[in-house]
Design a binder for this molecule. Structure first.
Ligand code: SF4
Length: 466
């Protein structure tokens, strides 16, 4: 899985009337893209039940925080936010405070016992119950549901879109994970893997296209294990991820298609051939490696070796020669030696990743690693190794960007640059961010941009004619 940083996403102000009597909900989201999409589902459920959404915490009747448990500092940050919500509640005691998502699932008792101000604790599979739980909270009870489901995919719910420009949307294709990587809390907080009916996915994508969206990202903890089976009479029909990818690509040639996240053990050549076949499927794969050492990969229960990972990279290079590859790396996992660390650095050099999310190992309670392995790499060593990994990736990312200078790319205009109103920001098929003067283009356009220079994080260019 991958992460979209530590900054929260806050919903824009939108509202409808109905049985929630227009009560105003402030919704803050932490963690991965799946969480962002879950918040869109939550907003949809609340709006359908007559609640309204506000961006202003001080005018909220209900404050919800959708949480992430992937690392300790993510949880610490959320606890800090809950304390701040407590200040809001001091001034307005009727405010209901709810914790949603992975922390609700993992820390229900702690939240209810230590954070008395929390009125609502709702796990990732119980969002349909939110209106009922909110009514319980409104009547002074604690609203709690952390039941995990074997089949909930929210397939019939049309998420309210978070992207304020209406250009790029996340579409959840599956939930949960069966992989049981030893360091990971996701199988415990999000339950077992369930794939969503492909027809509901296609309907959602078609609706997005009708509403002017130009890009979708298909989301799942491990999209390559997507599998949907249906029996018609004696015939069983199965849709795998390569099939689904093709179905989505065929919705419109003007819709860019991305997906995240791929597990290296499940990335098939069929998926790569489908990517190569359709121009509108972006040339970018996020393939988390985590470590370059076989011994560590085994302790992590990743179910692939260094060699088999490199074989997958070779397959990507052969089938889609112009494909960007990004990854996730963990520094300082249990028992990691200098040799293991050097193997990670050498693998990074060998692949030449275009981008990476890099973290220090953070032990998560009740995971297999927490139960059976010792978190024995001292923090200063973890930090030093992480610094070395970040420095190396900085060089690799810069090399990757420098190769783009002088080239032309089709860029989807996604919004105005945060640094200047005179510039737009967009991405290439390789998922690289490009900044360029606005000129005659508009948000949602595909434009041809010539890259003139780059910073370590961004390409800089100008719009050119064909
Ligand atoms: S168990 Fe492994 S594959 Fe599943 S979400 Fe966690 S890290 Fe990703």
């Amino acid at each position: 899985m991958d992460f979209n940083g530590e900054e929260p996403n806050i919903f824009e102000g939108i509202s409808t009337a109905g049985t929630g009597n227009g009560a105003k909900v402030y919704l803050e989201t932490y963690g991965c893209q799946m969480n962002v999409n879950d918040s869109e589902v939550v907003a949809s459920i609340l709006l359908a039940n007559g609640y309204s959404i506000t961006q202003e915490i001080n005018e909220a009747d209900i404050i919800l925080i959708n949480t992430c448990s992937i690392r300790e500092n993510a949880e610490t940050r959320v606890f800090g936010r809950i304390d701040l919500f407590g200040q809001v509640k001091k001034n307005k005691p009727s405010v209901i405070i709810g914790v949603l998502g992975c922390m609700a699932e993992r820390l229900k008792d702690e939240l209810l016992e230590k954070k008395k101000i929390v009125d609502l604790v709702v796990g990732p599979d119980a969002y349909r119950e939110l209106p009922t739980l909110l009514r319980a909270a409104e009547s002074g009870q604690k609203g709690v549901n952390i039941m995990l489901s074997a089949d909930e995919t929210y397939a019939d719910i049309s998420p309210v879109r978070l992207d304020k420009y209406g250009v790029s949307a996340f579409v959840s294709i599956m939930r949960g994970c069966n992989n049981m990587c030893s360091y990971c809390v996701v199988p415990y907080t999000r339950g077992a893997e369930r794939s969503r009916d492909p027809q509901t996915i296609i309907h959602e994508v078609e609706e997005l296209v009708r509403n002017g969206y130009r890009e979708v990202t298909l989301l799942g903890q491990n999209v390559n294990s997507y599998s949907w089976s249906e029996s018609k009479g004696m015939v069983k029909h199965t849709v795998n991820f390569a099939d689904l990818l093709e179905m989505v690509a065929l919705v419109s040639p003007f819709l860019r298609v991305r997906f995240s996240t791929s597990h290296p053990k499940d990335l098939t050549n069929d998926v790569l051939y489908t990517m190569a076949m359709y121009e509108n499927i972006c040339n970018h794969i996020h393939l988390p490696v985590q470590s370059g050492s076989d011994r560590i990969l085994q302790l992590m229960n990743r179910k692939y070796s260094r060699n088999s990972y490199l074989n997958r990279i070779q397959a990507v290079r052969e089938i889609i020669p112009d494909c960007a590859i990004s990854t996730d790396i963990i520094a300082g996992f249990c028992t990691e030696t200098e040799l293991d660390h050097d193997l990670t650095l050498s693998l990074m050099r060998e692949v030449g990743f275009d981008f990476a999310y890099m973290f220090k190992y953070s032990q998560r309670p009740n995971t297999k690693a927490a139960r059976h392995l010792v978190d024995d790499v001292p923090d200063e060593i973890k930090s030093r190794r992480l610094t070395e990994i970040i420095e190396l990736q900085g060089k690799l990312s810069e090399e990757s960007k420098k190769k783009d200078v002088g080239k032309r790319f089709e860029v989807l205009v996604e919004g105005t640059s945060k640094k200047s109103d005179d510039f737009y920001v967009g991405r290439t098929t390789h998922n690289k961010v490009v900044v360029f003067p606005k000129e005659a283009s508009s948000i949602g356009d595909f434009v041809l941009v010539e890259v003139t220079s780059c910073t370590p994080a961004t390409l800089i260019g100008k719009i050119v004619d064909e």
